[in-house]
Design a protein around this ligand. Structure first.
Ligand SMILES: N[C@@H](CCC(=O)N[C@@H](CS)C(=O)NCC(=O)O)C(=O)O
Length: 199
C-alpha cells in the first residue's frame, strides 16, 4: 500500500496514526502541495479532487478523503465499535471534524504555518478564530463527560480530531482554557502505536 501525503498535514497524519496503531505496512510518498504536487496529471488520476491524503491499495485502487480512509482500515478493529448507535456516534464526530473543526483550525494553521501569515490572508485568518473556538468548546463539553470523544473507548473519531487539535496552537488557538481537551490529548499520546507528527 502507498500513502501519498505530507507528514505535516493533519489530514495525512491521521493516516500515519491509524497505520501505526493498527500495524499496517505502507510506503509513504511525499507530495508537495505548495509546489503543485496535487495538480499534476498523474496525481489527478489518483484523486480527481487534487488533494492529499490518497491511499493506493495493492490492487491499484485509490481511496481519498482522510476520514473514509480511516473507516476503511478501522473496520473489524478496536478502533471501530460493533454497536450501530456507537458507529453512528463515531461518524457524527468525524463529520463534525470535517465541517465544523477542520475548516477553521486546519485552515488557520495552514495560513500561518505553511504560508507564513501573508498580509492578504490576515482577515481570513482572523475570521477563522471564532469558528475554531466554537468547535473546541463543543469538544470540551463532550470530553468533560467522557474519556474519549465518542464515549468510553478510543475510536477513529479520536484519531480524526486529534490530528489538528493537538497542533491548534499553530493556527493561533490557545488551548490553556480547555482542560478536558488537554487531558484527552495527553491520554491519546499514550495509546499503543501512537506516533508523533513530523513538524
Ligand atoms: N476533506 C479532505 C481534505 C484534504 C485536504 O484539504 N488536503 C490538503 C492538504 S491538508 C490538500 O491536499 N490541499 C491541496 C489543494 O487543495 O490543492 C480530507 O479529509 O482528506
Amino acid at each position: 500500500m502507498i500513502v501519498y501525503g505530507d507528514a505535516r498535514s493533519g489530514n495525512c497524519y491521521k493516516i500515519q496514526l491509524v497505520a501505526s496503531m493498527l500495524e499496517i505496512e505502507h510506503r509513504w510518498v511525499h507530495v508537495d502541495i505548495l509546489d503543485g504536487g496535487t495538480q499534476t496529471r498523474a496525481f489527478l488520476s489518483k484523486n480527481p479532487n487534487g488533494k492529499i491524503p490518497v491511499v493506493e491499495l495493492a490492487s491499484g485502487t485509490c481511496l481519498w478523503e482522510s476520514n473514509a480512509i480511516l473507516y476503511y482500515f478501522a473496520q473489524g478493529t478496536r478502533l471501530w465499535p460493533a454497536d450501530p448507535l456507537q458507529q453512528a456516534r463515531v461518524l457524527q464526530w468525524m463529520f463534525f471534524e470535517q465541517y465544523s473543526h477542520e475548516p477553521f483550525i486546519a485552515v488557520a494553521r495552514f495560513i500561518a504555518k505553511f504560508l507564513g501569515l501573508p498580509e492578504q490572508r490576515q482577515d481570513e485568518y482572523a475570521a477563522k478564530q471564532s469558528g475554531g473556538h466554537k468547535a473546541l468548546r463543543v469538544m470540551e463539553h463532550q470530553l468533560a463527560q467522557t474519556p474519549y470523544i465518542g464515549g468510553d473507548g478510543l475510536t477513529i473519531a479520536d484519531v480524526a480530531l486529534y490530528a489538528y487539535t493537538h497542533v491548534a496552537d499553530e493556527g493561533g488557538f490557545d488551548l490553556a482554557s480547555y482542560g478536558a481537551i488537554r487531558r484527552w490529548l495527553a491520554r491519546f499520546a499514550t495509546e499503543p502505536g501512537y506516533v508523533a507528527m513530523q513538524r
